[in-house]
Design a protein around this ligand. Structure first.
Ligand code: B4P
Length: 192
């Protein structure tokens, strides 16, 4: 089973690369951002609570996102593997993911981190915000808050996978196809 953690700051290209990876490797895409936006668009109580935090660039509580991922793993027991996109975003989430996978006799194959500098992240997110209607992409202050949350709470997750010798870092600047090709080389080395 191939289980990939696609990692990086907001706007690094995780969602973009995930779309190409699910086509090539037949993996199931688990994006906590997409799952939360689904809850918001359905107007569920979880979505209403999450929206208040997301619109201000803050992370949603660990137990909420861990619960969503647990449900999705249970609902997709027969899949070939998963791409975790935007999850885990805290060390507590990373620890919980290992426990969830262990109970299914599975493991994370590796993490691939997309490295992109802050100015480029801000440029990409503001550009997306013009069309996406996402309130968290609409203004530079919220984007900077998201990048701050990433540096504060999410960046330490890289250390968690380094300790397990599962960390890979690549340049996230370049064309989408160039970055995809680099990711393919890493994944193919895991499959050998
Ligand atoms: P996400 O939906 O995960 O938002 P994101 O980090 O902005 O997405 P991503 O990084 O995938 O964007 P992409 O690069 O594809 O999270 C949103 C919010 O949900 C969080 O702030 C948080 O509040 C909450 N949340 C989600 N998961 C959580 C968790 N686990 N715990 C707690 N809270 C959680 O795209 C960015 C733009 O760049 C696109 O327009 C794309 O076209 C462009 N782009 C991509 N690659 C490019 C390239 N190579 N060159 C130029 N542009 C490129």
């Amino acid at each position: 089973m191939l289980n990939l953690v696609l990692f990086g700051p907001p706007g690094a290209g995780k969602g973009t690369q995930s779309q190409k990876l699910i086509e090539k490797y037949g993996l199931i895409h688990l994006s906590t951002g997409d799952l939360l936006r689904g809850e918001i668009s359905q107007g569920t109580p979880l979505g209403l609570e999450a929206k208040k935090l997301m619109d201000h660039g803050k992370l949603v509580p660990d137990e909420v996102v861990i619960g969503m991922i647990s449900n999705k793993l249970d609902a997709n027991k027969d899949g070939k593997g998963f791409i975790f996109d935007g999850f885990p975003r805290t060390v507590a989430q990373a620890e919980a993911l290992d426990v969830l996978l262990e109970t299914k006799s599975s493991l994370i194959s590796g993490m691939i981190a997309l490295e992109v500098d802050d100015d480029e992240l801000e440029r990409r997110l503001l550009l997306r915000g013009k069309d996406s209607g996402r309130p968290d992409d609409a203004n530079p202050e919220i984007i900077r808050k998201r990048i701050h949350e990433y540096n504060d709470k999410t960046a330490p997750v890289a250390g968690f996978y380094k300790q397990q010798d599962k960390f890979n870092s690549i340049n996230g600047i370049g064309s989408v196809d160039e970055i995809f090709a680099t990711i393919n080389v890493i994944i193919d080395s895991w499959l050998k």
